[in-house]
Design a protein around this ligand. Sequence first.
Ligand code: RIB
Length: 296
Amino acid sequence: MPVLVFGSVIADLVFALPQLPAPGLTVLGPGYAALPGGKGANQAVAAALDGAPTGFAGAVGEDAMAEVALAGLRGAGVDLGRLARVAAPTGCAAVCVDPAGRNQIAVGSGANLAARASQVEGGALSPATVLLLQMEVPPEENAALIRRARAAGARVVLNLAPAAAMPVEALGALDLLVANEHEAAWLAARLGCGADAAGLRAALGIDVAVTLGEAGAEAATGSSPLRVPAFPVAAVDTTGAGDAWCGVLAAALDRGWPLEAAMRRASAAAALSCTRPGAAAAMPQAAETEALLRRG
Ligand code: RIB
């Protein structure tokens, strides 16, 4: 059973800084690294390294940055047969990271705005597919693909990151919505509901998981509420932690795991991703995640 990710692929220019910039402030750091990123690509890398056969559909330009952006996907063995090369610059992000591992990210979307749902052929969507999407490609393309995937019986998971408007009917066609607490609050304000998983589930009628950083994650489903703890680690760079969570969750769902067990594995992988620099470059191998799960 494959995991199919439709989403962004970005070259991250990562600056390790003594403090995060503020308006009007220039902050000097010793250097920078050009690393693979983009929420979609990061999630695909996480799923593949966790052991799921994984495909990616998205768009890059015909420039040198494309190879930086694609390096993580290539290294993890993700199927790139649905990748588009378009006449726009490859997406690029400035990722600033402070000594506590916190980040501030600015994204130039570039080619990601040309990602199209039509890149995913009908045959790729079936009850055997776990389709994973995020919000760094055009929302209307996400909505179109969600509708098709739903009609084909695929299992559809949307990570609402970064928060952006989606038709409520497309959200209601999901099997699972994943949001962090800020994204959950943003969506709840629009829907006029409670900002926790239960409030969002009641408003949308679908299962909802909310990641809570060091407080773990919660989910509301048709049965009893779920809560999993975070795995405490010494964080050096939290960039991509949410992507690790989503990608590994999708891989576990693809293996047929129940949601609670999948969330626990996702939380372990997210914790590990915080212990090294970069986004796609920080995604753990399945054996590392399993070792952390055994240690508890
Ligand atoms: O979630 C982290 C990612 O967000 C980074 O890799 C950056 O590219 C932005 O898309």
